[in-house]
Design a protein around this ligand. Structure first.
Ligand SMILES: [Zn+2]
Length: 332
């Protein structure tokens, strides 16, 4: 347990300033994310160091397709989330208190030691919502960076500006899940702060990739898809990779069928037509929409098969297409 960052005291209660919820937490209670508890008028990160998931994952699984492609990254989570998505794929850990799930106690130093021991080039904060275990992520990320490792985060983007600005983060995959109504009904949250996070992350020089999980009947209409494409193109830039991923029934949305592949293909075609350079289809193994193509000449640059990759017509050192010489937006 560690005293939380980003909160203020209010006569025995505290106001958490970490995420846009701004929970007012009475003595002895935890915030919406189940991770931050008011003990004697001070806010504590009760999940600090209680790591419930730890694995070496291909970075493609995040998904991050333009950041150290092919690397295997130490990935971790502490339970909890500041959303309540009805279709959460990780609800066993995201919709639980960090004290209720099996965990192993680790220090930030130990995480970095494990990463280095396994030759992982970085540390990934993922599976649940990393924002809710901010203090552990912050401490670990600082030590990781001092040791020459990168930090990447897979997030719903629900974080306040100051905490985001303080994080030594190198890349983020941020979900844009749908329109305002989708956020309200399905996630129990609001859209606007997520868009703000995407823009701020980009401004801070963090490599950003966007994921939009398309749920049939909920966010698969043309208007919603157009909105996301235009936002990415106009506010984040054409070089920002956009992943349209396939929904599978989970948690409380079990009566909704998986996304028809044609819908994902239509969304991808539309985004490419509208000028985005790198648009992907996710959760459809073997689909050509998983590959990276040159935005200028169309040559295949990176072939992906589930999580294994094959660099084809790409000079990764100079980051250019070997067929036409176009500069390719890749960080490595
Ligand atoms: Zn080319």
């Amino acid at each position: 347990m560690k005293e939380a960052m980003f909160y203020k005291r209010l006569n025995g209660k505290v106001e958490c300033l970490l995420c846009p919820r701004h929970c007012i937490i009475p003595e002895g209670k935890v915030g919406f994310c189940r991770n931050r508890k008011n003990i004697n008028g001070k806010l504590y990160a009760i999940g600090y160091g209680k790591v419930c998931s730890l694995a070496i994952d291909p970075i493609e699984k995040k998904p991050l397709y333009h950041f150290y492609p092919g690397s295997k990254v130490l990935s971790l989570a502490i339970a909890g989330c500041n959303f309540r998505c009805l279709h959460c794929q990780n609800w066993e850990v995201s919709q639980a208190s960090p004290l209720e799930v099996p965990y192993r106690e680790l220090s930030p130093e130990e995480v970095v030691y494990i990463a280095k021991n396994y030759n992982s080039p970085g540390v990934c904060y993922t599976y649940t919502e990393p924002t809710v275990y901010y203090e552990f992520m912050y401490d670990t990320a600082k030590i990781a960076r001092e040791n020459g490792l990168f930090n990447v985060m897979v997030t719903n983007g629900y974080i306040e500006e100051n905490p985001l600005k303080s994080l030594p983060m190198d890349a983020m995959n941020i979900d844009i899940k749908g329109n305002e109504e989708f956020y309200k009904k399905i996630c129990g949250a609001e859209l606007e702060p997520v868009l703000r996070t995407c823009k701020l992350a980009k401004k801070l020089g963090i490599w950003v990739e966007i994921t939009n999980l398309i749920v049939p009947g909920y966010n698969d209409n043309l208007e919603d898809i157009l909105f996301i494409i235009e936002f990415v193109r106009d506010e984040l830039g054409k070089e920002t990779p956009l992943h349209f991923t396939r929904f599978h029934p989970d948690y409380k949305l079990l009566d909704v069928p998986p996304t028809p592949v044609e819908i994902l293909e239509k969304a991808r075609d539309l985004a490419l037509q509208m000028g985005l350079k790198y648009v992907y289809i996710g959760n459809v193994p073997g689909h050509e929409g998983e590959n990276t193509y040159c935005p200028k000449c169309g040559a295949l640059l990176i072939k992906r098969d589930i999580f294994s990759i094959d660099i084809v017509n790409l000079d990764l050192k100079n980051k250019i297409c070997l067929v036409c010489g176009e500069k390719i937006d890749i960080i490595c």
